[in-house]
Design a protein around this ligand. Structure first.
Ligand code: HEM
Length: 400
């Protein structure tokens, strides 16, 4: 639908409006004051929850706000493999989270960390050897998150490359609102997950390091996972576990390159790292929003939401809500407490929290090891429902 087709008289905001895209946090701040539960007529029409308290309440109430019918808007035209556990409500979703949990525990992530550090060192050495302008997104963040996912899932290098190519093409199509191409690529990603599961079931690998072999070896409640369930669990991570952290890490690099005082702070004070990373997550949540559907007529902040209406949980807006965060629009390196919802909250809270934080520590260390950090040119910014930077060029030799 073209922007001109949207009925501007009846709509409170439009995430696809170029002025909004130019500065989402500023646009959200205005809408949040005016209409905390904001209607948009685009993509069939949906409400967006702008306030922290509303986002938390809806996230924690899957009986009223179900994840089973829609989790992103605009949604891909073809429904393929289910994304598990995301597209199930509790208690069904818990069956999948229980199986996946051991692969995301701190000790398992800790065991991966030396390999992640080695990967980051290798990629950073290549970037430094390149001519002055370094493609941080394509030359570091992308292969780093792709490599991480490969290690987490137990992919062979050629499998990791194939899925890296597919997932970026898919997200580009979604960001460009080319839903036909997105639908085709989504089917290809489904095909990849189905082939991977078939391969590992035929020739099981070490259940401790290969996620499909590990999941197939567990005894979940209600009987073993079906082939489709296994593929659905892999399918969710193939895009979300790779592109979302890539955008976040690009935002992190942009932040460090544009805030030399923060580079000094982290070099000087090891204690500063933990709250600093939480504040990076609050400020640059790479999932701007995800969607639920109302299962009955309900209301939030006094606004009536009819049964069947899609409702976007706007994590970025919630993280800048002045009612919860003092000086919410400012980056406060030692903010405490910091109850951000960058990873969502409630039954679908991100399973990759420990992994994403480990990635951030490793990338910060790699950036701090550079002689200098300066942004070259203008970065490309992600659009709804994502947030952050997708393409970033850095000069790593400039004096900080
Ligand atoms: C900075 C990086 C990341 C951010 C900001 C992020 C954000 C999120 C958010 C907001 C959700 C909640 C979805 C909802 O409530 O609808 C989520 C779910 C999820 N994330 Fe992440 N994520 C990140 C990294 C990762 C990584 C690296 C992985 C794994 C490889 C991962 C795996 C998952 C999974 C499996 C779920 C679904 C959980 C469920 O449905 O029960 N995430 N993530």
């Amino acid at each position: 639908m073209a922007a001109s087709d949207v009925d501007e008289l009846t709509q409170d905001w439009d995430p696809a409006d170029p002025a909004t895209q130019a500065d989402y946090p500023a646009a959200h701040a205005q809408v949040r004051q005016r209409t905390p539960v904001a209607w948009c007529g685009r993509w069939g029409g949906f409400y967006t929850l702008m306030r922290y308290d509303d986002v938390v309440q809806a996230s924690r109430d899957p009986e009223t706000f179900t994840a089973t019918r829609m989790t992103v808007i605009p949604s891909s035209p073809r429904k393929g493999l289910p994304r598990l556990p995301l597209q199930k409500d509790p208690p069904e979703s818990n069956r999948f989270r229980k199986g996946l949990n051991p692969f995301f525990k701190e000790n398992r992530i800790g065991a991966l960390e030396p390999q992640l550090v080695a990967l980051a060192d290798r990629l950073m050495a290549d970037l430094k050897a390149a001519p002055a302008a370094a493609d941080f997104s394509g030359g570091f963040a992308q292969p780093f998150t792709q490599g991480t996912l490969g290690l987490l899932l137990g992919l062979d290098p050629d499998e990791a490359l194939e899925i890296g190519r597919l997932s970026h093409a898919y997200v580009e199509a979604v960001q460009g609102e080319d839903l036909e191409t997105a639908g085709r690529l989504s089917r290809e990603v489904d095909g990849f997950a189905i082939r991977l599961v078939a391969d590992r079931l035929r020739q099981p690998r070490d259940p401790g390091t290969d996620i499909v072999s590990g999941l197939a070896a567990t005894r979940p409640e209600g009987g073993p996972y079906t082939d489709e369930e296994l593929a659905g669990m892999v399918r969710l991570m193939l895009i979300g576990g790779h592109v979302v952290p890539r955008n976040f890490l690009c935002s992190v690099a942009w932040h460090m390159a544009t805030h030399p005082g923060h580079v000094d702070l982290l070099r000087r004070d090891p204690e500063a790292w933990k709250p600093f990373i939480e504040e990076l997550l609050r400020f640059y949540p790479a999932n701007q929003a995800l969607v639920r559907v109302a299962t009955r007529d309900t209301s939030l902040s006094g606004v009536a939401i009819p049964e069947g209406c899609p409702v976007a949980l706007n994590f970025l807006s919630a993280n800048r809500d002045e009612a919860v965060f003092e000086n919410a629009m400012e980056f406060v390196p030692d903010r405490s407490p910091n109850r951000h919802v960058a990873f969502g909250i409630g039954p679908h809270m991100c399973l990759g929290v420990a992994l994403a934080k480990a990635q951030t520590r490793i990338v910060l260390a790699a950036l701090l090891g550079c002689d200098g950090l300066a942004v070259v040119g203008t970065p490309t910014r992600a659009k709804w429902t994502e947030f952050g930077i997708t393409a970033l060029t850095l000069d790593l030799r400039a004096r900080a």
